[in-house]
Design a protein around this ligand. Structure first.
Ligand SMILES: Nc1ncnc2c1ncn2[C@@H]1O[C@H](COP(=O)(O)OP(=O)(O)OP(=O)(O)O)[C@@H](O)[C@H]1O
Length: 666
């Protein structure tokens, strides 16, 4: 049995060797690119042949050089470093593992035919066009995305725009002002209107009568937001139209409300109203908290004892701070905003940032008819005293047939909201709180030469315009040298009639003291070049209101030459003789910088702004200016040791004295 088995094995082996020999005889010469040869030889293909053939097929089509015959030969010959990782089995090897020659041949043949057909196809597939990359939108298009349409459609007015104020009775010269107002302007030495006034007057004073009316409940006027540089005449731009429209009134009612952030500004705006409104018979009131509440109440309303639905007012125009306004809204009987024709919010960005008692929401709701207290449904009209005096817009809340409501259309408040600032916010979120009615934007600013869409960008990026007559400087120095540099400005650069801004009331007081000691030290030694000592005073929140008022008046009268203050008066204050503004401490942001430097170079006059920058602040300050596209406008002034040589000895004496005072105070 075993012998037979052994014989069988031997025979099989011989058969195998014979077949192998024959195969070798017929083996095709392997070429790398001819798939036809591959097909011809299939009749006698063995698994090894399949391996070679598949390798050839893949190498012509898809495989990496490593997998091709060439690649393998290269590794073998040491021509190329063998890969560290064992290469994955190539298809031919997989076939070899799986197949026994007799059974796999047809399947292998199919695969090879498929592979060879693939290689016969054009090597490159038809190429599809790549998705086209659209042109990048311009900066201005990007900046405008998501913006309020009213802001995009803003009227951009060049700062040099102006119109003269004619004296003739019949020709208003496009100013829309009556002859009396024009005469008054001329009396005050105003012969032409500035850009913001030229633009705003025709908007607020249209020729058509209905739009000049005191009540326009069925066609209420559009609101307006105005951004114009410091000192460009924004106050007059709202004072003039208010006087023009209100001067036609027969009965005194509170028809114009001007809200300002500080008492000093209230006083200043009142003076402008009084100067322009002379002869029109309009009554002007203020509410700032400077006087007692009872006194203010007596100045504002006639009658506090009877509840009058129409309110009662002794003034046509009220100028106030937001805090005191809310006090009167909540605590003064018959103080009503129902007749308001104008609501002016000056220094709007500052006031909008102020959330004191949610003052804005309270004021706005007091101007809306829904607030007619006591006029609930079913209230008999004849029980309402003086109901004929109720504002037309507010009569909608009454159901009585005695009161004519001639249209079914809901009457709306005739109050026109006007927002002003040199740094008006472009933030739609903040503006939305005002619930503006179809607002119109006016922006006074120059455009950069050759950049047609620069104004759009500047508006959106809040790049504020400075007065063209302003010259700006910065002096970088060590913190300990700042007082000395300041004295150098005063004595060597004639920085007088100057407002000096510090970061706090404490720093204000210290600088004034040091300056006084310095002058004393100097006068006791040599008074070279100093005929009269310079009068310097501090103006800060530490002082009582009366003293502050007194100091400001003395500064206006030029009895004080240098006024050192905190940012308390950095906004709005208009003092024509201020030739210099010194930022003794760097302003914290661009808005503050704009308002500080804007205290000079007003109404077309020249002015200089100086910023003392401590070395460690220089980077921040410059990047702030750069972001506002303003760095190029601020010249760097260098101060050498020689420049301050004469001042040094007195400065050191003054420092010693100041130190002594503070040590004594403990
Ligand atoms: N048309 C004009 N002609 C001459 N002077 C004018 C004219 N209009 C305004 N002024 C004067 O210009 C100065 C600055 O005006 P105003 O205080 O209204 O500026 P502003 O734009 O409100 O500045 P700020 O943003 O700093 O409050 C005032 O002294 C004012 O009397």
């Amino acid at each position: 049995m075993t012998t037979e088995l052994a014989k069988e094995k031997t025979k099989a082996k011989q058969r195998y060797l014979k077949r192998k020999k024959e195969r070798r005889k017929h083996r095709p010469k392997t070429t790398q690119d001819d798939s036809a040869v591959v097909e011809d030889t299939l009749g006698s293909t063995t698994k090894k042949d399949i391996e070679v053939t598949l390798d050839i097929t893949y190498s012509t089509g898809r495989s990496s050089p490593d997998r091709s015959v060439d690649g393998l030969q290269q590794y073998a010959s040491g021509g190329e470093e063998r890969p560290k990782k064992r290469p994955r089995l190539v298809p031919s090897q997989e076939v070899e593992v799986m197949m026994d020659s007799a059974e796999v041949l047809p399947a292998a043949k199919n695969m090879i035919i498929a592979s060879s057909t693939e290689t016969a196809l054009p090597v490159a597939l038809p190429s599809f066009p790549l998705p086209a990359v659209p042109d990048a939108p311009s900066k201005s298009v990007l900046a405008l995305q998501g913006l309020d349409q009213a802001l995009v459609e803003a009227d951009i007015v060049h700062p040099t725009t102006s119109v003269s104020v004619p004296q003739s009775e019949n020709d208003d010269g496009g100013t829309k002002l009556c002859a009396r107002t024009r005469r008054r302007l001329n009396d005050l030495g105003i012969t032409e209107l500035f850009a913001v006034q030229t633009t705003l007057l025709p908007f607020l004073l249209p020729q058509e009568a209905p739009y000049r009316a005191l009540y326009t409940p069925y066609n209420p006027p559009r609101d307006a937001c105005i951004s114009a540089p410091t000192g460009s005449g924004k106050t007059l731009a709202y004072v003039l139209p208010i006087i023009e429209i209100l001067s036609q009134r027969l009965v005194t009612r509170l028809r114009a409300l001007v809200v300002l952030p500080t008492r000093d500004l209230v006083v200043q705006v009142r003076e402008t109203f009084e100067a322009l409104g002379k002869g029109h018979g309009l009554k002007i009131g203020t509410a700032t908290g400077q006087h007692s509440f009872a006194h203010e109440q007596s100045q504002l309303v006639f009658d506090k004892s009877t509840d009058l639905h129409s309110g009662s007012s002794k003034v046509d125009i009220l100028i106030c701070t937001p805090g005191r306004l809310i006090d009167h809204l909540n605590g003064t009987p018959n103080f009503s905003l129902q007749h308001l024709r104008f609501l002016v919010i000056d220094e709007a960005d500052r006031l909008l940032a102020q959330s004191f008692q949610d003052w804005l929401a309270q004021v706005l709701s007091a101007t809306r008819p829904s607030l007619l207290t006591g006029c609930t449904e079913g209230t008999p009209a004849n029980s309402l005293p003086f109901h004929d005096a109720i504002s037309p817009a507010f009569m909608g809340g009454l159901t009585s047939t005695d009161i004519p409501t001639f249209f079914t259309e809901t009457p709306r408040s005739s109050c026109q909201k006007l927002l002003f600032s040199a740094t008006l916010t472009r933030d739609p979120g903040k503006i939305a709180a005002l619930n503006l009615r179809n607002p119109k934007y006016f922006i006074v600013q120059g455009t950069k030469d050759g950049v047609s869409d620069s104004h759009v960008l500047d508006v959106v990026m809040e790049k504020f315009t400075m007065p063209e007559t302003l010259t700006e400087h910065m002096l970088v120095c060590e913190a300990s040298q700042k007082p000395l540099i300041f004295f150098h400005l005063v004595y060597n650069h004639q920085v007088k009639n100057a407002l000096v801004f510090t970061k706090s009331a404490e720093s204000t007081t210290r600088l004034v003291r040091l300056f006084d000691f310095f002058q004393k030290a100097w006068s006791t030694k040599t008074m070279a070049g100093l005929s009269q000592p310079i009068v310097i005073r501090a103006y800060s929140s530490d002082l009582p209101a009366n003293e502050r008022k007194n100091i400001l008046e003395r500064f206006k009268a030029q009895e004080i030459q240098v006024l050192v203050c905190s940012d308390l008066i950095s906004r709005g204050i208009d003092i024509s003789h201020v030739n210099h503004v010194v930022s003794y401490d760097v302003p914290v942001d661009m808005r503050k910088y704009v308002h500080r430097v804007g205290r000079t170079a007003r109404a077309g006059r020249d002015g200089d702004a100086w910023t003392l920058v401590e070395e460690q602040e220089a980077r921040y300050f410059k990047s702030m200016l750069k972001e506002a596209d303003h760095l190029g406008k601020v010249k760097r002034v260098r101060v050498s040791e020689k420049d301050v040589e004469l001042l040094l000895a007195h400065y050191e004496t003054a420092l010693g004295e100041l130190k002594e005072v503070y040590t004594r105070q403990g």
